[in-house]
Design a protein around this ligand. Sequence first.
Ligand code: PEP
Ligand code: MN
Length: 468
Amino acid sequence: MVNTAIQEIPVDLEQLLQPWVDGEVPVAGLNERLFAALCRPAHQQPVWPDRHRARAVCDALRRLPPITLPGEVDRLRDLLALVSRGEAFLLQGGDCAETFAQNTSRHVQGTTNLLRQLGLMLSYGARKPVVKVARLAGQYAKPRSRAADGDGLPSYRGDIVNAAERSHQRRTPDPNRMLEAYRQSTTTMNLLRALTSPGGADLREVHDWNENWLRHSRARDRFAPLCDGVKHSLDFMSAHARLGPMPDSPVFTSHEAMLLDYERALTRVFNRGPDAQLYDLSGHFLWIGERTRQPHGAHIAFAAILANPIGVKLGPSATPDDVEYYLKLLNPDNVPGRLTLITRMGAGRIRRVLPPILERVAASGSAVIWQCDPMHGNTRSVGGIKTRDFDDIVDEVQGFFEVHRAVGTIPGGIHLELTGEDVTECVGGSQRITAADLGARYDSACDPRLNREQALELGCLIAEMLSG
Ligand code: PEP
Ligand code: MN
């Protein structure tokens, strides 16, 4: 695990003990647990030069409406319970880093519709419903391996903290950006809700998009049988049941719960008395990243007191002991759907590193979701540009299924960095993007994403793996 300098996050006890929400009474016990969590060492936090302004921004955020609702969060957890039992499959994907400048309707619609296209394919392959979760409406904070670039400039930490532009002034953490991230997240959420509301796209329309893609794809011959299979199934369903509309299922939101000032400010108490629970309503699903999963750090302790479904990224240095500790701390009551372990080992390591971890968890009888992130263990630098090879991504997914079949555990889902746009950030796929093409349309603010073509090809391959 990469260790950057530990920074105490500024904790203001007085403020914590004030009512959190208009008219809401502080709940005994929860405040103390939150305080204790936030007193732990927190990695990757910015130092706001203007502490007074940072406090004023957090105060303002605490008074603003939440972005999601507890009922929606509970509904996602119930759907994830199906995933943990192998009765549904989890698809999560979107940008590595959302940016304020690229948060356009074209972009949000591109990601949302791509997830729906993939969801339909995977559902056909797995013969199960697919739970869709976008990395959208809040994925603005980035952990960094180094605090500064080679030339001494502070690292870009995501649009919620500083600007990517290479100047000292623009790289200085600015707390006002938390308000802008909130505003942009609500806008994205609004569009996402509209796009996926009843009366929005129907499954047959989603299939039309897939057919349209395939017609122009170089992978046409390879995947035509799969696409035909989906079409026959939809035709059969509608003919057999004389179905009218076949509405698609919802798309939930997620992001890395990294910037604790922001996450804490959007955390709300729900219910009173002994039923009181804390929900981080900045999104539905929140995950803790590879760089902030220190077992005794603030991020894991913060996640432990939330009612949201939580993910934890597991890199190649993760041990069975680490994982056992997460199970005890993050899901002591063994609630199905509460905890997702997101493995991102790298294609060359997954077959060796994952089995002992799976065996330990299987022996404990814990209900967890195993999700494969085939992106973050396969990043490499070509001429100073970060990229990933399509074949490595496929190989890690394949390894994930192999290892789960061998151990007898459930491969529950997939976690991708992708965009609906025609970028050139990952190499390979049937478009045969090479290192020389990377400069052409490299728009990611952080890690390289699969473009629409690559994502749909990968979706077809995973659908085939699922149909086994
Ligand atoms: C990410 O998901 O963008 C990320 C930074 O992942 P990880 O924490 O696994 O490196
Ligand atoms: Mn990333």
